[in-house]
Design a binder for this molecule. Structure first.
Ligand code: 13P
Length: 250
């Protein structure tokens, strides 16, 4: 069976002091999380500190982005191997705040996905539709297109060592969560889309839900058969809330 995975995406929040406090809170409660894999995705500048704080604990570390290039003249970028140096195991790619906020194309996201895997990191591939796309009834086409950018370039097997995060853009940071039924419907579609090419990969890949998941609504979402965890923004900044979600995952 698929091991649930809950990841906190801290986004551009926190200070050195608040991060120390947050991780201390997580370390104090992580022992009660029996089944789920737990990840925190720190802002790049705090990765080194987060690495030191989480080292030797059950909390894995991730980045929120990475460069599609391996090294070279790319001012401001951070490579997969640099993240590896600080024991990162995961890298979020294609978050909507980068696709829509920073104009990242499906192709660039696919290249970042590959760059993560080339460095031994597990990419967390974010997909999801805008509100107007949902209203137009093209949610499935959008998610398929975003996945196909990776599948067509690197083959369906590339999804084996990855996590997919379905994050409907209209649910991110808005307090408007997809209902468990709405989320399950898209998660089932995502899995079936992969299954068309490889049933084993589809059965094994973990699909997180993200978008206003919190301590109160997590259990219902995580109870859906194709929801294998969560990618949590706001609620990952409070250790108690985040731990409640992790416990709800298994
Ligand atoms: P919120 O949980 O704040 O809605 O953010 C979700 C998200 O974007 C996680 O990557």
């Amino acid at each position: 069976m698929r091991k649930p995975i809950v990841a906190g995406n801290w986004k551009m929040n926190g200070t050195l002091e608040s991060i120390r406090e947050l991780v201390a809170g997580l370390k104090a409660g992580i022992g009660e999380v029996n089944v789920a894999e737990v990840v925190v995705c720190a802002p790049a500048i705090y990765i080194a500190e987060a690495s030191a704080l989480t080292g030797g604990t059950a909390i894995a570390l991730g980045s929120q982005d990475l460069s599609n290039a391996a090294s070279g003249a790319y001012t401001g970028e951070i490579s997969g191997s640099m993240l590896n140096d600080f024991n990162c195991q995961y890298a979020i790619v294609g978050h909507s705040e980068r696709r829509h906020g920073r104009g990242e194309s499906d192709q660039l996201v696919a290249e970042k996905f590959k760059a993560a895997q080339d460095s031994g990191l597990t990419p967390i591939l974010c997909i999801g539709e805008l509100l107007e796309e949902r209203e137009e009834g093209v949610t499935e086409q959008v998610c398929a297109r975003q996945m196909d950018a990776v599948i067509n370039a690197y083959g369906v097997a590339a999804l084996q060592n990855s996590v997919i995060a379905y994050e409907p853009v209209w649910a991110i940071g808005t307090g408007k969560t997809a209902s468990p039924e709405q989320a399950q419907e898209v998660h089932a579609f995502v899995r079936s889309h992969i299954a068309k090419q490889d049933q084993l990969v589809a059965d094994g890949v973990r699909i997180q839900y993200g978008g206003s998941m919190n301590a109160a609504n997590a259990a219902e979402l995580l109870a859906q058969p194709d929801i294998d965890g969560g990618l949590i923004g706001g609620a990952s900044l409070k250790s108690e809330d985040f731990l409640t979600i992790c416990r709800a995952a298994g």
